[in-house]
Write a protein that binds this ligand. Sequence first.
Ligand code: ADP
Ligand code: MG
Length: 486
Amino acid sequence: MTNAAVMERENAAAAVCPASWERVRMRLKAALGEATFKSWLGSLQYEGIEARQLQFTVPTRFIREWITSHYADDILNFWKIEDPTLISLEIRVRPNTTQRVIPAAQEVSKPAHPSVAVEEPIKAEAVTSAGAKELNDSSWYIGAPLDPRYTFDNFVVGKPNELAHAAARRVADNDKVMQGCNPLFLYGGVGLGKTHLMHSIAWQIRRSNPGRKVIYLSAEKFMYQFIRALRFKDALAFKEQFRSVDVLMIDDVQFISGKDSTQEEFFHTFNALVDQNKQLIISCDRSPSDLEDMEERIRSRLGWGLVADINATTYELRLGILQSKVEKMQGVFVPPKVLEFLAHKISSNVRELEGALNRVVAHSTLVGRAITLENAQEVLHDLLRANDRQITVEDIQKQVASHYNIKVSDMHSARRARTVARPRQVAMYLAKKLTSKSLPEIGRSFGGKDHTTVMHAVKRVEELCKMDNDFAKDVELLTRIFCQTG
Ligand code: ADP
Ligand code: MG
């Protein structure tokens, strides 16, 4: 179709557009920005309203998928301002497609920034052969972005993460699937570098072997796509998408535990890929065996390959990370004393540590003053207080044991003599009050006791505090010790 013909057709379409669609378009433009609107919604053609359902057409299936997953709610909600009785929206692919739409979407799908693209090329139906060729290009991806900062170069290795790092490197550096490393299961607490390592693997593979198809996505997104596929009766295409990859990475897999049908689909995808000798990389906030709401067969299969944990950071690692970050900030000088102070004080996780450093640097830039220990303390006083308050069950056990003059090992024992049983109950009570640990977790820290034992201890201590003034004072004193010194 010639340009003139395209314009003519557009004018004709505009002519039949109701004024409300024009207003909705204006709102969408304002909300999404001109460029996004043009790239994705420019080819959206209004077809009418039927049975309270808005109807549109678009030129390709790819655009349909994209609009459906990203903008359908906005479109519907903006149109509800015009007509509150509307309940849904349908987008169909126009049977007669011209080439003109392809460049429009391509602008967005070939980003200058590398962080826009990892997932799967969606095969478009109803495009001309020239268009189909474009679509088979590696540029046709949707989904989870890779963070350009998350590379192996930017990852500081230390004792707590060396195993996970070595495993990640091994998987990334080998073109073939490593026996014994499939799946690679990385686990550790929040903000310790799981996502960073996964993105590093993806970047590395894309660089050294661009022909390998890598998909990175969060388990949440996996579930979302799966549900959407079901809704659009597209489950087969969904399966095909994931089953045609070479390396599949699913981040934060704990998210799908307890969600039965997603779990099931994940399991099938997982098995299909492993059977075809494709590499799988999974991250999780806990070990496979601790995934309580995951089916047993899935749990055990997750642990078949290499399971690598990332432990809580050490002072040395935190300092190393801070130094490496500062090196990359041009023209910024942070005195070693300040870095040591931060590494010492912000021990919760690397994300907070980075955040603290950034705050200190941003503050000094804003007010135009050099960074000193004093102003770092001032800028971070709220954060520091929160980190100070992190009390561990171990701290409590030690303190309570020494207060009552018993051995710390008695905290873990099953001895019922009152001289040890009472202090143990006090420690359980304080653990419940002063930490964020759950009852079962606390029970485990006390030599594998049941959560009902902990619950009983908490109740008992509360009762005793009401009945026995001296005892109450003891407990209060202990509580105060923790709240002062952390
Ligand atoms: P998780 O996925 O485990 O919650 P992330 O991978 O998102 O954690 O890491 C949180 C932040 O800390 C990120 O900005 C990441 O770059 C940084 N980070 C974590 N570990 C390291 C490390 N060893 N070296 C450098 N940066 C790290
Ligand atoms: Mg993460």
